[in-house]
Design a protein around this ligand. Structure first.
Ligand SMILES: [Zn+2]
Length: 759
């Protein structure tokens, strides 16, 4: 009689593996969950999002762009609140320019600055430095700016309150900057003109790009080791990774902190979820995510309290590598990146050696496994790219997908993930019997190790994403081959395969939605590639997922991709809560007394079709070459105009009409000039600049020693709103003024008046 042990239940390994993979992913995503907002009666030394919300009701009541009436009201409120806390706030008023842009940007900014004295107060004598908290109090023109940067502003007020009664060693400076949206102008004015600028030892900046989601510490100054340690111990819920720091070092994206980086020790905080509300009329207090405000505020308070408790600045320490591991936060010196990547390579070498000796791995087939993994990832990226490119051709609205409702974006995310995973599962199902699991696994891990080594030597702080999945999985893999077969179906085999998949899922999986949230559906090819790569790296677990019915899992994933693709194409991008962004402006050409409706959109809004019925495109009366602006004749109205007054041949004063928030000026025929004393360079024989919040008495342009030829000055003033009694149509419920791009002159629902003068 044969003593047969009972066969394991057919689906047990499959179900166990599925549950383990889901649990690992869920643990990995733990850091993206938000805390509950603390109530108004929370302990006095704690950060309460509900207390901060009361400030937000005032700060984010209405749009408050630089120079507007509401902007002045917000500033007055900040001064009043700081005074009520016993501080002596001041308003730093300064004329400032940033000339690094193609069109230099200038403004008269009004920063609100306050100082909280430390107990070891000797910063004035130069013995110690101060901690600076920073957020910008201006908003874009169309948005109440509850999150951008209302969250930062009210968090600073609540932090100032919580710290009010505490004795802290170092001074704390509160800087509410102006004109961030127009080009970091307030921060520039503080850094270059304020008497306290030289006392700053550490900066904490708070920003928002969207109104929801976890608040990440995404950027630091150089030599961040000590600051990251402080962050890790003092922030109640630290979220951040040296991967984003590595990426941001190479990106042109700006916040106020850019002015101070990389030399000043700094931490930059921002949330990026809820991108559809960014700069939009829907970024309101009602739509605010108080969990985001609570997380960001409590972290700001914890870190500010810890830093101000000691002499500043902290001693410079080499950069750290850091990242979230579920509910934990890992950090170690960046200098370990390369040795750790080397250790991963060594472990892989050991695995290959042992597996070869045991007859479980043939080297040429492991090389084929590496090639197959690469091809699968490339195929996933290509499929994601094709799906999105085709859909974008079909739906003109997808050009505005950043503003689309989360349902649409969620369906696209599901499509890319299911597509990438489905292709990888299908490939593994079809490779069964041809490549052994150990060969496929060694192949895909080889690709990962190569990337880890390359990043560790070229992009400090980024390699952990690829190093740790190898370091964590290989000991299990080596143990399996050393003690028997790598490819086995008993409980130990199934458990070890799940353990090998756990760390890749915990560390990498959360970056998949975060990258999608940050960049939107156009990044779909990367999302599909990441999903495919994860499925290849987890090959041993996937093998158990494919048993006993190898075709089931790939079919489910690919059918899921097809279903969400169909659903995404059937869902409209906009609804009442997420209106369609549409622009209409009114412009007067003061030289010819002609008026126009303008739109920079691809097509005029349907509700304004009567105004735009005469599509014989006129030349837009703008002081720069018009780009993609549709201009059609409009009824004339009386609009106050900017005035160009020549003082003499070399000096001219440009005065804005009452209510203008912006002067756009183009001077042709000048090689250089000074605006209110600030020198501006010429590009191709002309100087163009934008002057925000121009003073009522105007701006003085000094042409210096000009050449013989004529000088042409073109000026356009911009004011909020359209002429009274005139409309291009009635904007319906589901439409909103388009959130501003970088070209602030073409902001929707504004009136432009252009004039020119030659001399
Ligand atoms: Zn902002």
């Amino acid at each position: 009689m044969k003593a047969a042990s009972p066969p394991p239940p057919k689906h047990a390994g499959q179900v166990f593996t599925l549950v383990a993979l889901v649990l690992a992913t869920a643990f990995g995503l733990a850091w993206t969950r938000l805390p509950a907002p603390l109530p108004e009666d929370a302990p006095k030394d704690a950060f309460s999002a509900m207390r901060a919300r009361a400030h937000l009701e005032v700060v984010a009541r209405r749009p408050h762009p630089i120079g507007s009436v509401e902007h002045a009201a917000v500033r007055a409120y900040l001064v009043e609140q700081l005074r009520a806390l016993g501080l002596e706030p001041e308003v730093q008023e300064a004329t400032v320019a940033r000339t690094r842009y193609r069109e230099p940007r200038l403004a008269v900014v009004k920063n609100v600055v306050a100082r909280r004295a430390g107990t070891a107060r000797d910063t004035a004598k130069g013995a110690g430095k101060a901690l600076l908290l920073m957020a910008h109090y201006d908003s874009r023109a169309m948005t109440p700016g509850a999150s951008d940067d209302g969250y930062g502003v009210v968090a600073m007020l609540e932090v100032a309150r919580a710290l009010a009664g505490e004795a802290l060693a170092s001074d704390v400076l509160f800087l509410f900057t102006d004109g961030e949206e127009e080009g970091l102008l307030g921060a520039q004015a503080f850094a270059t003109q304020h008497r306290w600028a030289g006392e700053v030892g550490v900066i904490l900046n708070v920003e928002a790009r969207g109104n929801a989601g976890p608040v990440m510490m995404f950027q630091t100054g150089d030599d961040n080791g000590a600051l990251v340690r402080e962050l890790a111990t003092a922030a109640p819920r630290v979220v951040g990774s040296s991967l984003s720091q590595a990426i941001y070092r190479r990106m042109p994206n700006d916040t106020d902190l850019s002015i101070f980086l990389p030399a000043t020790p700094s931490l930059n905080f921002a949330n990026v979820d809820g991108l559809e509300q960014y700069h939009s009329p829907t970024d309101t207090v009602a739509n605010a995510d108080l969990g985001t405000l609570q997380e960001g505020g409590a972290n700001l308070l914890g870190v500010a309290r810890a830093l101000a408790s000691r002499p500043l600045p902290l001693p410079a320490e080499p950069d750290a590598t850091y990242f979230n591991v579920g509910t934990l936060f890992a950090r170690y010196p960046c200098a370990w990146d390369l040795p750790l990547a080397g250790a991963a390579a060594a472990l892989l070498g050991v695995f290959v050696g042992v597996a070869r000796r045991k007859g479980e791995l043939r080297l040429p087939f492991a090389a084929l496994g590496a090639l197959a993994s690469l091809l699968v990832v490339a195929a996933a990226a290509l499929a994601g790219l094709c799906a999105w490119t085709l859909a974008s051709r079909l739906h003109g609205d997808y050009a505005l997908v950043n503003a689309a409702r989360p349902l649409l974006k969620g369906l696209w995310f599901a499509t890319f993930v299911a597509l990438g995973a489905g292709l990888a599962l299908a490939a593994q199902a079809s490779l069964r019997g041809r490549l052994r699991v150990a060969e496929l696994f060694a192949g895909s891990m080889t690709n990962v190790v190569v990337i880890a080594l390359a990043l560790a030597s070229r992009m400090p702080g980024a390699s952990f994403v690829f190093t740790w999945p190898v370091l964590a999985a290989l000991p299990f893999a080596i143990a399996l081959v050393a003690t028997g077969s790598f490819d086995r179906d008993d409980a130990r085999g199934v458990a070890a395969a799940a353990a090998m998949a756990a760390v890749p899922l915990v560390i990498i999986a959360p970056f998949v939605p975060q990258i999608f949230i940050t960049f939107g559906p156009p990044i779909g090819l990367v999302i599909a590639a990441m999903a495919a790569n994860l499925a290849m790296v987890c090959a041993p677990a996937v093998r158990h997922l494919l048993e006993p019915s190898p075709r089931l899992a790939p079919r489910v994933a690919l059918l899921g991709a097809a279903a969400s693709l169909v659903a995404a194409n059937a869902v409209g991008p906009f609804d009442g809560a997420h209106p369609r962004p549409e622009s209409v402006l009114y412009a007067v050409d003061g030289d010819s007394d002609r008026s126009f409706w303008l739109t920079p959109d691809a097509a005029p809004p349907a509700w304004a079709s009567l105004a735009f019925v005469d599509q014989t495109r006129g030349a837009a009366p703008l002081p720069f070459p018009p780009q993609h602006v549709l201009a059609v004749p409009a009824p004339a109205t009386v609009e106050p105009r900017p005035v160009i007054a020549w003082i003499d041949r070399d000096q001219v004063r440009v005065t804005p009409p009452a209510g203008a928030g912006l002067l756009a000026v183009r001077v042709e025929g000048a090689s250089h000039l000074r605006v209110d004393g600030i020198p501006l360079p010429a590009v191709l024989g002309a100087v163009s600049f934008r002057f925000f919040a121009p003073p009522a008495e105007g701006v003085l342009i000094d042409l210096g020693a000009r050449a013989a030829g004529p000088v042409v000055i073109r000026v356009a003033s911009q004011r909020a709103g359209l002429p009274a009694g005139l409309s291009a149509g009635t904007r319906p419920e589901g439409s909103m003024p388009k959130p501003g791009g970088w070209d602030t002159l073409l902001e929707s629902d504004t009136t432009l008046v252009a004039v020119s003068s030659t001399r």
